[in-house]
Design a protein around this ligand. Structure first.
Ligand SMILES: [Zn+2]
Length: 297
């Protein structure tokens, strides 16, 4: 079984709060059977571009530090192997691409394979869902998305508004992904995807990693059953073979009951079995769907 996770904020924590204990550690990834952990370079609080660039350099240094400790950076999720742990590098908030299109290729050479167009700040490319639902991609944003697609960087629409989401679907060629998003039909929140977005994303060959943050999953008590409710709903929207995990570990302040860190992935997979998912569906959600998505880019 290959377990893949499409999002965590551990690199940011390593540089901004190095003394804090992280959810994501090599020991826990091994115990949980995680084969591929996506590590996001997260843009953080609003800051001048020079400061963001400095922050990204520090996260790249933290990544080098992990490599020296034996962590392996994959260039494609298909390199995931059961029983081993590899990392995939992503960006959350494309502020650094504001400098010009050539920067995108520089980050691709540094190993970036996925990039969320915005976090919760407006940037040179687009406007996030938390600010304006409808405004589309900026002209530069459309150019940047096409450049990302040329370089086989997965375009991540988590945090992006609906206008930007539909510009990517309608005006560009490769299917986008939402690395850490939930269903708006089950929890009314701007960060969550509407049924129409889910249907259109799945029809286009996209992918959704389910976010584990309770505030995005429910207004009530959050358990592993709550997560399976969201998977059930995504399956109803056409998500079979196109859904998986986007835990957001090390970026979320609360967790669903029993799902504290990567060690708990097997318990979540067992919950899927208990709720009637076939072994093939469990394997797909665990990681195969994310690996297959990258093959479609
Ligand atoms: Zn996020």
């Amino acid at each position: 079984m290959r377990i893949c996770d499409a999002h965590c904020d551990t690199l940011f924590n390593l540089v901004t709060a190095p003394k804090n204990k992280n959810d994501v550690t090599m020991e826990r990834l091994l115990k949980g059977g995680v084969s591929l952990q996506t590590m996001a370079m997260y843009v953080g609080p609003k800051a001048p571009l020079e400061e963001v660039e400095l922050l990204f350099d520090r996260m790249l240094q933290a990544l080098e530090g992990l490599k020296q400790q034996g962590w392996v950076l994959a260039d494609d999720p298909s390199e995931a192997v059961a029983g081993e742990v590899k990392m995939l590098l992503s960006i959350e908030g494309c502020e650094v691409f504001g400098r010009g299109l050539t920067v995108i290729e520089e980050y691709r050479h540094k190993g970036v394979r996925m990039a969320a167009v915005t976090w919760n700040h407006e940037n040179a490319l687009a406007i996030p869902a938390c600010q304006d639902e409808q405004a589309g991609l900026k002209p530069y944003g459309l150019q940047a998305v096409k450049e990302m697609q040329r370089l086989k960087i997965a375009v991540d629409v988590s945090h992006l508004n609906q206008g930007g989401f539909y510009d990517i679907l309608n005006k560009t060629d490769a299917p986008p992904m939402a690395s850490h998003s939930c269903c708006r039909a089950l929890r009314e929140h701007r960060r969550n995807l509407t049924d129409q977005q889910l249907k259109d994303l799945f029809r286009a060959g996209g992918y959704v990693g389910l976010n584990f943050y309770p505030a995005f999953l429910t207004e009530g008590r959050c358990t592993m059953d709550t997560l399976v409710d969201h998977f059930d709903h995504m399956m109803d929207m056409g998500g079979e073979g196109k859904i998986g995990f986007g835990s957001d570990f090390d970026g979320i302040s609360t967790k669903p009951e029993g799902l504290d860190n990567p060690e708990d992935f097997p318990a979540l997979l067992q919950k899927l079995r208990d709720r009637g998912y076939t072994e093939k569906q469990v394997k797909s959600i665990a990681g195969e769907a994310m690996i297959d998505y990258f093959a479609r880019l």
